[in-house]
Ligand binder design. Structure first.
Ligand code: ASP
Length: 337
């Protein structure tokens, strides 16, 4: 039986039809469809789920509207520090990179960490040195510069907020200024500050892919620029196995949303644990993990696939850029709730 399936996301958050133009929506859908096709072609030819998720995420990293690779958001200091991870469920192996700079495709570097080192996570200058040693493609600052990301940074600085890339018109109530902090969050809300309004609907989002190949092997990958105006070397869930990314023989999961909460709830691993220890279906396990996230005030979503090729894409935000191809080859792309 061919169980091939792939799912991708381009970030979850306040995605409102009222903020979207038909032209922009078409662009987003095109970016998602291209990535899905690239991953699906690999699966159809009998390729591995690992190759499929890496290739799909590379395509999303190259697409400037998403907050990963080329379209990464800016840190407080006007830099782009990217996090990425990849996990091979068949071998229970993973590779991650955190706050790397000028790497064209951080997910590719994460794969090299998995394949060429005895470690799981490399960070900062060390990860960049490792990239240099392995002749990983880099790109100059100009390649990563996008006007709308720069404007977002100015807005976030003016509002004194560390800003989730998915904040909508009212801002994100779970991010904000530096005075009072919610438990486990890096800052508190100031959503009534008029300057905190995000006018630009292009402000989405972290990217990820999960896949099941013809043999039933699973893999997941996630890549992000993190949060606008982040500082102090902040690293989110995307670089953390079990939080933003996870794959074993039960399922493969990639998350998007306010990373601190995904770390606190170990959301990606939570899905696998619910299947393994509670005997739940993929759908029920993923729904349960999102309910848990909601209980602790976390916002976002996830995509997951199991070894039978079932796919689920739950989220608790207004929308999530997402798409799937399963047996039959039909492309399904959705944005809103
Ligand atoms: N989870 C990412 C982070 O917190 C952000 C996102 O998904 O947009 O870094």
């Amino acid at each position: 039986m061919n169980r091939s399936a792939i799912a991708i996301h381009g970030g979850a958050g306040t995605i409102l039809r009222t903020q979207m133009t038909p032209v922009l929506e078409k662009e987003y859908r095109g970016g998602l469809e291209t990535a899905l096709r690239i991953g699906w072609n690999i699966l159809e030819k009998g390729g591995s789920s690992l190759d499929a998720v890496e290739a799909a995420v590379v395509s999303l990293e190259d697409f400037p509207l998403f907050n990963a690779g080329r379209g990464s958001v800016f840190t407080h200091d006007g830099e782009q520090e990217m996090d990425a991870s990849i996990m091979d469920g068949r071998r229970l192996k993973a590779g991650c990179v955190a706050f790397v700079k000028n790497i064209k495709n951080p997910v590719h570097l994460a794969r090299l960490v998995m394949e060429r080192t005895e470690h799981v996570l490399l960070a900062g200058d060390g990860a960049n040195q490792f990239a240099e040693q392995h002749h990983v493609e880099t790109a100059p600052d100009e390649y990563f510069f996008t006007e709308h990301r720069w404007l977002q940074l100015q807005e976030a600085i003016a509002a004194g907020r560390v800003q989730l890339d998915h904040a909508g018109e009212d801002g994100d109530k779970r991010t904000g200024g530096e005075e009072e902090s919610e438990p486990g969050s890096i800052a508190s809300a100031s959503s009534d500050n008029p300057k905190s309004k995000i006018q630009n609907p292009k402000s989405l989002g972290t990217v990820g892919a999960v896949a099941c190949d013809q043999s039933g092997s699973l893999a997941a990958a996630t890549s992000t620029g993190g949060m606008t105006n982040k500082k102090f070397g902040r690293v989110g869930d995307t670089a953390i196995i079990g939080a933003g990314t996870y794959a074993d023989d039960t399922c493969a999961v990639s998350c998007t949303g306010h990373g601190e909460y995904f770390m606190l709830a170990s959301t990606a691993h939570d899905v696998a644990a619910r299947i393994k220890y509670k005997g739940l279906s993929l759908e029920d396990a993923a729904r349960g993990a999102i309910e848990r996230l909601t209980q602790i005030n976390g916002e976002g979503g996830l995509i997951a696939v199991d070894s039978f090729g079932n796919v689920t894409l739950p989220f608790n935000s207004d929308g999530m850029y997402r798409g799937t191809i399963q047996q039959g080859g039909q492309i399904i792309v959705s944005i809103y709730r």
